[in-house]
Design a binder for this molecule. Structure first.
Ligand code: SAM
Ligand code: FES
Length: 365
């Protein structure tokens, strides 16, 4: 593929026309050469145009519908020590908690009554919950709510374990690859954690038949635009159903506490780029986006996102699942959270639907 950049000084940084052509090409071919992608990621000059085109594509596939996912953060214990994460094993300031099966079922019942048809069980990598316990929790949620989907987001496991969870009824799995660059991965994680294993998990999940979500943080320490392009290229290989990206936000009790948080507008541009490359994908306007900017989730939707994830976790535990500083939505009951988001989504020109919200595979192409 040839770059649209003319390579002369005449249009540096990049003239409006060149940028416009690149956005159009991205929309039509769902791809761009690295140099052109780099220009769109780095420059805010044509982002208004970029967001409009991404919104048009999103509307072609999903209309103004926004799917909601009820997030149940059921454990903040973790055996891992990711340098960026507030609930990492070595953070002694965290008051640790685990929800019982009954508490998890009660969160999902509450969610069901509020119109949720997908439950996302997320947590640290906590081996207290055995393979069998997760099977039991998943199958009880599914038997209580046969019209709902269950998503798991509990880290790296063996193919056999994933298979059992799938057989127990889990429909989807979220596992961000975090960064597709080996060197960068090593800078974000301690020894003993391997990008290769994370990728292996994603391929296993896909092979088993899960709807798979991957993604990365924007602006994580040591990230470069070239690394972001590697992230995008990896997603092109994986062809995930869901793509979760949000800004990196620093946490005071991690080794990365002094690193700056990611750039809000760059995150929005990446959402828009991903919408144009993966028109069918389920892309959330994340809580991290809403934390870094009060209008973050609304702007995320306008840039191409089509999912929001209100919190269904018990109020008493919300602040204990603090992945980054000042995380929002820790003071409202599930019903309030749901209503607040409904208003926000409407104010942005979209509508929340009561729907299981599977990926529209038919529109993949
Ligand atoms: N343990 C599971 C896993 O590793 O996939 C799920 C929980 S983990 C906390 C969920 C996601 O939170 C991670 O994939 C990471 O991208 C994000 N995250 C962690 N720390 C963050 C931070 N400081 N800023 C923004 N996002 C963060
Ligand atoms: Fe395990 Fe963050 S280090 S969830």
């Amino acid at each position: 593929m040839r770059s649209l950049l003319c390579g002369t000084d005449k249009c540096v940084p990049y003239c409006e026309k060149v940028m416009k052509n690149m956005i159009e090409q991205l929309k039509n071919t769902k791809d761009l050469p690295d140099d052109d992608l780099k220009a769109i990621i780095e420059s805010s000059d044509s982002e208004k145009e970029l967001f409009e085109v991404a919104d048009t594509v999103r509307k072609q596939h999903y209309g103004i519908d926004v799917y909601i996912r009820g997030l149940i953060e059921f454990t903040n214990h973790c055996k891992n020590d990711c340098f960026y994460c507030g609930i990492r094993k070595s953070n002694q300031n965290v008051k640790r908690y685990r929800l019982t099966k009954e508490e998890i079922l009660s969160c999902s019942q509450n969610g069901y009554d509020l119109g949720f048809r997908t439950f996302v069980l997320q947590g640290g990598e906590d081996l207290y919950y055995t393979e069998g316990m997760i099977c039991e929790i998943v199958s009880e949620i599914k038997s209580n709510h046969p019209d709902c989907a269950v998503t798991l987001s509990i880290g790296e496991r063996s193919l056999e374990t994933y298979q059992r969870w799938f057989d127990a009824g889990a429909d989807r799995y979220l596992l961000r690859h975090e960064t597709a660059n080996e060197e960068h991965y090593k800078k974000l994680h301690p020894t003993g954690m391997f990008l290769e294993n994370r990728k292996r998990c994603l391929w296993d999940l896909k092979e088993i038949g899960f709807q798979v979500g991957s993604g990365f943080m924007v602006g994580s320490p040591f990230q470069t635009t070239d690394f972001l392009i590697e992230d995008i290229r990896f997603l092109q290989e994986l062809q995930p159903d869901m793509i979760g990206i949000g800004p990196y936000i620093s946490h005071q009790h991690t080794p990365f506490h002094s690193y700056q948080s990611g750039d809000f507008h760059k995150t929005l541009r990446l959402i828009a780029i991903l919408r144009l490359m993966f028109p069918y994908a389920l892309i959330p306007a994340t809580t991290a986006l809403g934390t870094i900017d009060n209008q973050g989730r609304e702007m995320g939707l306008k840039a191409g996102a089509n999912i929001v994830m209100p919190n269904l976790s018990p109020l008493k535990n919300r602040k204990q699942y603090e992945l980054y500083d000042n995380k929002i939505c820790t003071d409202e009951e599930a019903a309030e959270c749901r209503m607040c988001l409904e208003k926000r989504v409407e104010s942005a020109g979209y509508r929340i639907v009561t729907d299981v919200g599977h990926v529209l595979r038919g529109s993949r192409g």
